[in-house]
Write a protein that binds this ligand. Structure first.
Ligand SMILES: Cc1ncc(COP(=O)(O)O)c(C=O)c1O
Length: 266
């Protein structure tokens, strides 16, 4: 008997969390706090705990997460950023927006991700950042990238948009880089009902800077320390708090899907 299996379906995921969505939606409406409020803080803490990192900063999208991360690193025009030639365009756009020079390097023909050895010829005194991008849940060799970076004073910005839930030696991707960017685009392994993204890091100072940058450069009610942005939003409608908390409730289902696909491909 022939059975049609849909390429992708939100039906099951959504029906599993509909009740939770409604409850959270009403609690956010009742709280009258729609941007950067308690629900977001709760989600940031849970996500940081899940990845075993110190800080998580919710933002409007994966591209926002990359943009803020590179802005926080204060790159100059002559600085170079190494990234894979095979990735979603957002990775490249973030480098262009930063004003630094993108240096595109071919991925490994078998793994389809950036290989630490292949970037060696491109490293020089101008290299400030390397962006390893995990593709379709397959992680880059973060141990080796971190080693390379530590020898040369280079920052690693991990693009974890396609790999929430992936692990290297029992450690979650999105926790290896000096700073890490993730997307909650609806079809990602952890999808929100709308656009969403998050930055993770173990560096307190850079975390505080990213928090400020996403919110007009504010560090307190009266003081703007940085030339900031309004990057705290989910798309143009800003951070609708409940959308990310919905993400949390789907995490188990989504992760089991991820493991299912992984075991199928083994
Ligand atoms: C590798 C990669 N980086 C960045 C992004 C950007 O994420 P977003 O669509 O949330 O801006 C995506 C996905 O869209 C992606 O696949």
């Amino acid at each position: 008997m022939k059975r049609r299996i849909p390429y992708f379906s939100f039906t099951k995921i959504n029906s599993d969390v509909e009740d939770k969505f409604e409850k959270t939606f009403h609690s956010v409406m009742d709280s009258k706090w729609y941007i950067l409020g308690k629900q977001l803080e709760k989600f940031e803490n849970s996500f940081a705990q899940y990845l075993q990192v110190e800080h998580a900063i919710g933002v409007g999208s994966g591209l926002d997460a990359l943009n803020i991360s590179l802005t926080a690193l204060e790159l100059k025009q002559d600085d170079e950023v190494i990234l894979p030639s095979y990735t979603f365009i957002a990775t490249l756009l973030s480098v262009i927006h930063s004003g630094a020079k993108p240096v595109l390097v071919d991925v490994h023909p078998e793994t389809l991700v950036l290989d630490p050895e292949s970037i060696l010829p491109y490293l020089n005194s101008k290299t400030k950042v390397i962006i390893p991008v995990h593709m379709c849940g397959f992680p880059c060799d973060m141990i080796e990238f971190n080693y390379l970076a530590s020898q040369r004073n280079i920052y690693i910005l991990e693009d974890n948009a396609q790999a929430i839930g992936a692990e290297i030696d029992n450690r979650k991707t999105g926790s290896f880089g000096y700073i890490n960017a993730t997307s909650f685009y609806p079809t990602k392994t952890l999808g929100a009902i709308g656009d969403g993204g998050i930055i993770t890091t173990n560096d307190k100072q850079i975390a505080e800077k990213c928090r400020s940058l996403r919110n007009y450069g504010l560090v307190n009610r009266k003081h703007h320390k940085y030339i900031g942005y309004n990057w705290n939003g989910l798309g143009n409608i800003k951070m609708i708090e409940n959308l990310l908390s919905i993400g949390l409730t789907t995490i188990c289902g989504v992760l089991s899907m991820y493991w299912f696909y992984r075991s199928m491909s083994n």
